[in-house]
Design a protein around this ligand. Structure first.
Ligand code: TYD
Ligand code: MG
Length: 460
């Protein structure tokens, strides 16, 4: 069979080898050879060498950019408002979306709900389940109150059969749950291997583009946080969404990290309920824990997620460490934490060399923007001093290595949101200080880290 025709291609240099080797014979890199399916025999694509260009398929027509009509892509809303928000309005015909996240976070639930909503809107939605049996999916549908759902279901993991079925039925949307379970006959590697995942995703992508069916691929995330098949899918697809959140809390975030049809970094917020995921239309205050009185080590950060400001509590615990103190962060970057500790020491005289430092963004939300720096620093110094910040305190701002406090994008919006939710004191970068006062909010604007620490000490 096709077995002896597959070749192994180095992901570093593109060199090929007829069999798998630990070391690439061309560039010497280790563990880079990945199995690749042979191209269809006789097709022009693989006759790259030894053929004239004309034989490869003739020249294509060119078009002048200015003369191409800029039509916006048509979008079909899924009916789940928060999902549509991250998608940039809805699914796009022929668009391929990859949705990743930890097991059990709600990928299948969300997509089944979306498929049902689309089916109800008169589109054909096909759900290909490779992980669960039809009965299991039906059970989920029951829990979701969708027992009368008209969604088309197929329990299949073989790529060729899936493609044939898609081609025969031409659904508006096809959900592949999950891409790691799909395998192609053309390859000998096991389902879920990089080679299989990449090959299957490539075929499904080609099908989407050729047929206009919107394809959604569900992908699992490995322990290291990458979609299995190290990032190989991300550049292939149009949209990449990640599910975030703590499986222990009910809130889930869906974040767009790539979107050819809309804005990135937009997030959709959902709450997992008894009957599936419900959109949270006004999420700005869900990541605050409720303290009756302010506690040391806790600072509320105003962060900006996509177009919406959100308030997230940052907690820090600083405690005597052993000979090699630990620095741990949940929901925030650990390297950034190490940097902030160094800045805090060097520019504000706050030493924590012999201390364990733990920081956490409440509610399992992941914060990537540098505007969180100031709040993280204040939480650490608050815990170290054992002094709580005043009630109704918020902060944001980026901190630089020179000890400067840099402005955050769209500071006014952040401040207005904080005021709306009843916060009364804000510590912000000087450049974010509003020209006109904001009602109910006392604003302290600072240029440098040591100034920020001085302000906080005054507030004690
Ligand atoms: P699921 O969509 O199966 O996750 P994934 O496909 O990402 O692995 O979600 C499973 C979790 O969601 C499971 O722990 C049960 C919970 N859940 C609810 O709380 N309510 C519901 O209505 C449903 C269907 C699931
Ligand atoms: Mg699932």
């Amino acid at each position: 069979m096709a077995k002896d025709k597959t070749q192994y291609v180095c992901s570093e240099c593109g060199g090929t080898s007829p069999k798998w080797l630990g070391k690439c014979p061309s560039c010497g890199a280790w563990n880079t050879l990945v199995e690749q399916a042979p191209a269809a025999a006789g097709g022009p694509a693989q006759n790259r060498f030894g053929n004239t260009f004309a034989a490869l398929g003739g020249a294509s027509e060119l078009a002048v950019l200015a003369e191409i009509e800029a039509t916006d892509v048509a979008r079909t809303p899924t009916g789940l408002e928060e999902l549509d928000r991250v998608l940039g309005g809805g699914i796009v015909p022929g668009g391929v979306t990859l949705i990743g996240g930890d097991p059990g976070i709600g990928k299948s639930t969300l997509l089944l709900q979306a498929a049902d909503a689309l089916q109800n809107a008169g589109q054909i939605a096909l759900y290909v389940t490779g992980e669960e049996s039809g009965a299991q999916v039906a059970l989920r549908a029951h829990r979701l109150g969708l027992e009368r759902s008209q969604v088309q279901l197929m329990a299949e993991i073989q790529l060729e059969k899936i493609l044939a079925t898609l081609d025969a039925h031409r659904p508006a949307i096809a959900i592949i749950d999950s891409i790691q379970t799909v395998y192609s006959d053309q390859l000998t590697s096991a389902p879920g291997s990089v080679a299989q995942v990449r090959e299957c995703a490539a075929h499904l992508t080609r099908f989407a583009k050729a047929s206009g069916t919107a394809v959604v691929l569900v992908g699992h995330v490995t322990k290291e946080g990458a979609l299995a098949g190290p990032r190989v899918l991300e550049h292939m697809v149009d949209t990449v969404l990640y599910f975030e959140g703590d499986t222990h809390s009910s809130f889930r975030l869906v974040r767009a990290i790539k979107n050819r049809f809309g804005a990135v970094n937009e997030i959709g917020v959902f709450a997992m309920t008894e009957r599936g995921l419900r959109g949270v239309a006004n999420p700005s205050a869900i990541f605050l824990s409720q303290h009756a009185q302010p506690v040391p080590g806790s600072v509320v950060l105003v962060t900006l997620e996509g177009t919406r400001p959100m308030l997230v509590e940052i907690q820090a615990l600083v405690d005597d460490g052993g000979p090699s103190p630990r620095r741990l962060s949940v929901g925030l970057e650990r390297d950034r934490l190490a940097m902030l500790l160094a800045v805090l020491h060097r520019h504000a005289g706050v030493a924590s060399m012999d201390q364990d430092v733990f920081v956490n963004a409440v509610g399992g939300v992941r914060i990537t923007e540098p505007a969180a720096d100031l709040a993280v620093m204040l939480a650490i110094s608050s815990s170290l001093r054992g002094k709580a910040l005043p009630k109704g305190f918020v902060a944001f701002g980026e901190v630089g290595l020179a000890g400067e406090v840099r402005p955050a994008p769209r500071g006014q919006e952040r401040l207005r949101e904080a005021a709306k939710l009843g916060f009364s004191v804000a510590l912000v970068p000087k450049a974010n200080a509003p020209k006109k006062p904001i009602e109910g909010l006392t604003i302290h604007a600072v240029d440098r880290v040591d100034e920020a620490m001085a302000v906080v000490r005054q507030l004690d």
